[in-house]
Design a protein around this ligand. Structure first.
Ligand SMILES: NC(=O)c1ccc[n+]([C@@H]2O[C@H](COP(=O)([O-])OP(=O)(O)OC[C@H]3O[C@@H](n4cnc5c(N)ncnc54)[C@H](O)[C@@H]3O)[C@@H](O)[C@H]2O)c1
Length: 249
């Protein structure tokens, strides 16, 4: 029970990676707050967690594009639970739109959710974690943020590169307060985000991956749990590749 008595917020926790990380944290004792723009899926995940594990779970409707939603979320969780030990900045969108077709609206939407949202969620928990003298922030970056998008749009890749730099900047700023800030840089994962990709593209990725398959959410959530655990206490500013060997640097 590595996370007993820990309180975790997971943004975009209503499905996919966020749901997998929330369930695994709860299975190891954490109280979890499932925050998502979709209140139905967030509530479903919270109810399922409460019936499966002996822990607390609640849900919040939060649009990470909206700074006020974010600050309401953090304030209400701190009030309800009296602490915030873990923030998983997981909410995100993806798009395959090419350079010449990319509109101003689509660029803004991508950056507002994937990068600006991560900044304001991290900003909102900062005074709480500083005061506690501990905390863990984990950001979902991406392989595309390290090498540039191959199939995904330049706006997605740029947003994730921003997340990588933001992770390192927060890690430096919060290290004196005992707060660890890290990121995962996964390759493609089998979630709704990639299930809309053409089948041959998914097969190609699996073929090109040295470990020979498309990642499932559990392949990634194990790595997330390690970075959130006390075992990773001396790791901060790390961008951990979890990509089956697609990138080795
Ligand atoms: N699936 C992949 O191949 C892959 C690879 C690398 C990184 N990632 C990253 O992992 C994270 C999770 O992705 P996933 O694959 O689980 O995708 P997903 O589409 O299955 O889930 C994303 C979740 O984020 C929520 N969300 C979207 N916009 C939001 C907003 N404005 N405010 C709050 N919540 C919002 C959605 O409702 C959904 O529950 C994302 O940041 C994604 O970029 C995914």
């Amino acid at each position: 029970m590595r996370f007993k008595e820990k309180v975790a917020i997971i943004t975009g926790g209503g499905q996919g990676m966020g749901k997998a990380i929330a369930e695994q944290l709860a299975s190891e004792g954490a109280s979890v707050v499932i925050s998502d723009i979709n209140p139905e899926t967030a509530n479903e995940v919270a109810r399922k967690i409460e019936s499966s594990f002996q822990t607390r779970a609640s849900s919040r409707k939060t649009d990470v594009k909206k700074r006020d939603d974010i600050f309401d979320l953090v304030e209400s969780v701190n009030k309800e639970f009296g602490r915030i030990d873990i923030l998983v900045n997981n909410a995100g969108i993806c798009s395959l739109t090419g350079i010449e077709d990319l509109s101003e609206e689509e660029w803004d939407e991508m950056l507002n959710i994937n990068l600006r949202g991560v900044f304001f969620c991290s900003q909102a928990v900062t005074p709480i974690m500083k005061k506690q003298g501990h905390g863990k922030i984990l950001n979902m970056a991406s392989l595309a943020g390290k090498v540039g998008g191959v199939v995904v749009g330049v706006h997605y890749a740029a947003s994730k590169a921003g997340v990588i730099c933001l992770t390192k900047s927060f890690a430096k700023a919060l290290a004196p307060y005992g707060v660890n800030v890290n990121a995962l840089a996964p390759g493609p994962i089998d979630t709704a985000m990639t299930q809309v990709w053409p089948q041959d593209m998914r097969k190609n990725f699996a073929k090109q991956t040295p470990l020979g398959r498309f990642a499932q959410t559990e392949d990634i959530s194990e790595a997330a749990l390690f970075l959130l655990s006390d075992g990773a206490r001396h790791i901060t500013g790390e961008i951990l590749d979890v990509n089956g060997g697609l990138l080795m640097d």
